[in-house]
Design a protein around this ligand. Structure first.
Ligand code: HXC
Length: 259
């Protein structure tokens, strides 16, 4: 991470990944994507960090998409466009599969690849000034970092088609209404509110938190019955861990659990 385009910091069981190209509204160029990939490599085997907060620097933009100037260089380069899309999608998939709970903290624009980045996080907390759109069709393109798939899963395919083919820009409250974001808060409260949610998560039993994410994600590739079986298996595994021994004893002894 030599150029420091992505700021990565670890503080008390939490990691912070902040994209820092404010002059380009934090657009995702290849260096930024590479640094996001490197951060995922650091996080994937780390058992101490329980939450990752992803943000963009400055007030104006979370991330305004893939870097359009770099996209221009890929024009007419045979399979380069497909390769770029696949490469970026793999990085976002690494982010999605991290064991930590990942929160996109969105202020300002989350456009194109920026919205796709937020969608690869477990959930989104937005400021009231956040604006969401997949405007790729205005450039003669479609989303390429798995946004067609993740948006449809999150808000349903009818809404996703409308969003993508109109390239409309949506307010934070509209995004809340269709389930794209979990919370909308005043801009000045965004950081503190996100911290509060992160603190609630890190207070809980870490293995149980990690397992909950894994089991919920398993539902995407399984039938309801298979998902329930995965849930039961992991419930049983957790009940044999020292973490649940402590949580249950603490309840019975009327004291706070020490995880
Ligand atoms: C490169 C970008 C950029 C981007 C903004 N900038 N978005 N540079 N890639 N995606 C740069 C501008 O060129 C400008 O640089 C500076 O940031 C400030 O932007 P302005 O346009 O001057 O600001 P403003 O007028 O306030 O408009 C803000 C905006 C607009 C509405 C967000 O910048 C915009 O529409 N950006 C593009 C959004 C977009 O189409 N995103 C999707 C990209 S495609 P200079 O040097 O001129 O000051 C995509 C595909 C993903 O994401 C999948 C790939 C496989």
């Amino acid at each position: 991470m030599s150029e420091n385009i992505v700021h990565f910091e670890i503080k008390n069981k939490k990691a912070y990944l902040q994209i820092n190209r404010p002059n380009a509204l934090n657009a995702l160029n290849k260096n930024v994507l590479t640094e996001i990939r490197d951060c995922c490599e650091i996080l994937k085997d780390n058992k101490q960090i329980q939450v990752l907060i992803v943000s963009g620097s400055g007030d104006k933009s979370f991330v305004a998409g893939a870097d359009i100037k770099e996209l221009q260089e890929l024009h007419n380069q045979n399979k380069e466009g497909e390769n770029f899309s696949q490469w970026g999608a793999e990085i976002f998939s690494k982010l999605e599969q991290l064991p930590q709970i990942t929160i996109a903290r969105v202020q300002g624009f989350a456009l194109g690849g920026g919205l796709e980045l937020a969608l690869a996080c477990d959930f989104i907390i937005a400021s009231e000034k956040a604006r969401f759109s997949l405007p790729e069709v205005t450039l003669g393109l479609i989303p390429g970092f798995s946004g067609t798939q993740r948006l449809a899963k999150r808000i349903g395919s009818a809404k996703a088609i409308e969003w993508i083919v109109t390239a409309e820009r949506y307010s934070a409250t509209e995004a809340l209404a269709c389930g794209l974001v979990n919370h909308v808060v005043k801009s000045e409260d965004l950081i503190a509110f996100t911290e509060q949610i992160a603190e609630k998560i890190i207070k809980n039993a870490p293995l149980a938190v990690k397992t909950a994410k894994k089991v919920i994600q398993a539902s995407e590739d399984s039938t309801f019955k298979e998902g329930c079986d995965i849930e039961s298996k992991h419930f049983g595994l957790l009940l044999n861990q020292s973490e649940s021994a402590e949580g249950i004893s603490a309840f019975i002894e009327k004291r706070p659990a020490q995880f």
